[in-house]
Every structure is written in structure tokens, then in C-alpha cells.
Design a protein around this ligand. Sequence first.
Ligand code: ATP
Ligand code: MG
Length: 266
Amino acid sequence: MLQALYDGKMEAFREQFLKLHPYEQAKFYVEQSPEVRKRMYEYLSPAEMAEIFDHLDIEEDEYKIYLSEMDPLFVAQMLAHMYADNAADVLNELDKKEVANYLTIMDDEAAKDIQGLLHYKEYTAGSIMTTEYIAIHANQTVRSAMQILKKEAANAETIYYLYVINEQRQLVGVLSLRELLTSDDDEMIADIMNDRVVSVFVDEDQEDVARKMQNYDFLALPVVDANNHLLGIITVDDIVDVISEEATDDYSKLAGVPDVDIQYTP
Ligand code: ATP
Ligand code: MG
């Protein structure tokens, strides 16, 4: 498969490779030798590599190895294109000096998003949330909320919920995309939003977040601080990872085996 890469045929490789789902791209990527991976960095853009890294399923300490194969500017641009929560996960594996380095050469907005996520303790809601959510105001019309949605959609981790905040960025309501689409253009958000919002605290254990997500059947949950300021969201795909992690942990404990990764032999 993808012989074109080994033959040094860039166009043919890109043509085949970019048709794959990023999950398959990621699987292919980790199976290659360092030399072949280096060729991939030449053939793919930072944005295309970011898609792969957003889907990478590797040991946390392995990120270091992969990043060391790339040019620092390429790394910074790739991290900037990744979802901020995933980029923060990667950076959390590096030395402080390296992190500062990458953040300096990155564009400011991306750096700010990622930086804000670096300080949260492991296994808390804060450590798995992302800041790329869609926020609107209660005193807006549906029409103007739609404009915001359209502008932000490309960068938001989910467009399924719009979170309503006040001037102090406190969370005051939520609206699903379906509810927005089925409302009249002139309607006020205040009149159609749900004002009893279920949220999680930034310090809450990720297992509690998983439970809440399951109990309420939401596709995402907002994360707030003690003063109800909206800090981020956690989407259900991040929770799937938590649940499988915890299941592995619990099973290992039950079976009395050390907490090592399960190896699947084909
Ligand atoms: P669908 O038919 O696809 O389920 P929906 O509009 O019912 O569309 P759901 O995801 O089922 O969307 O959400 C159910 C309801 O819960 C919606 O009214 C939505 O606005 C609301 N909702 C979403 N997130 C929250 C939240 N964190 N707290 C409270 N209500 C929420
Ligand atoms: Mg529903």
C-alpha cells in the first residue's frame, strides 16, 4: 500500500493518502520507519499532519520521538492546526523549555488557546476540555446567532450546541443546533434557550464527567469555574477515551495484573 511514498512520488502518494480517514492515516504513519516518516513531513502540510496527530493513539512518551523528527517550525504550525486540547496533551509530554519554544514560534491566537489548557491537573475536566466552542448572547436574534455559527463552525470542536454567555462570560443558557435551525430568524435567543444548563466544574474528576455525559445523553458538556464562567467544553469523543482508559485500569486491578497496555496480536 502507498508504494508511491517509498518510490518518492509525492503527487501520487498525496492522492492516495489523503483519501484515507485520518484514523487510517495515523495507523499508517506509526508503522513507518523514521526515514519514511521524514519523507511524509516533506510531502504533507502541517495542517495535514495535524489531522494525523489529532487521531494518533500512542503512548504519551512517544510524542517526543515523533516531534524530534520534525523541523521545529513544522511542529509549531502542526500544533496550531490541531484541536487545542489535543495539542496541549502533546505539549504536556515535553520539557518546559521545549514547550515555550514551540509556543513562541506559533501564531498568537493558537498559542493562547493551548497555553490556557496546559495548567490543568491530569484526570480533571479541565485536562480534557477544549476551548473551541461556539458562544452566543441571550440578547441576540436567531439570525445573528446563525451568522456567528457560520463564522465559527470551521474551528469549533462541535457545532451541535451553542452556549449562551453574559457580559461576564458566565454560562446562562444552551441551545442545540436543531433548536436554532427550527426557530424563526427574528426570535430572541433568550426566549428559546434552555436556561437550566448542566455543566461540570473544571476540577471535577473526568470519571464524573463521563458519568454525567452518559446520564444526560448530551454530546458535549460545558466546563465552568466556581463562578460559573464558561471555560471550555468536553465532547463525547473525548469521553469515549476516558471510559476505555478507566475500563482498562479497573480490569487490570480486578485481575491483579500490572497496569500495562494490552497488546493485541493479529
Ligand atoms: P436531537 O434530536 O438530535 O437529539 P436535540 O435538539 O434534541 O436534537 P440533544 O442533544 O438531544 O439535541 O439535546 C437535548 C436538549 O438538551 C436540547 O434542548 C439541548 O438544547 C439541551 N442541552 C444540551 N446541552 C445541555 C446542557 N449542558 N444542559 C442542559 N441542556 C442541554
Ligand atoms: Mg434529542
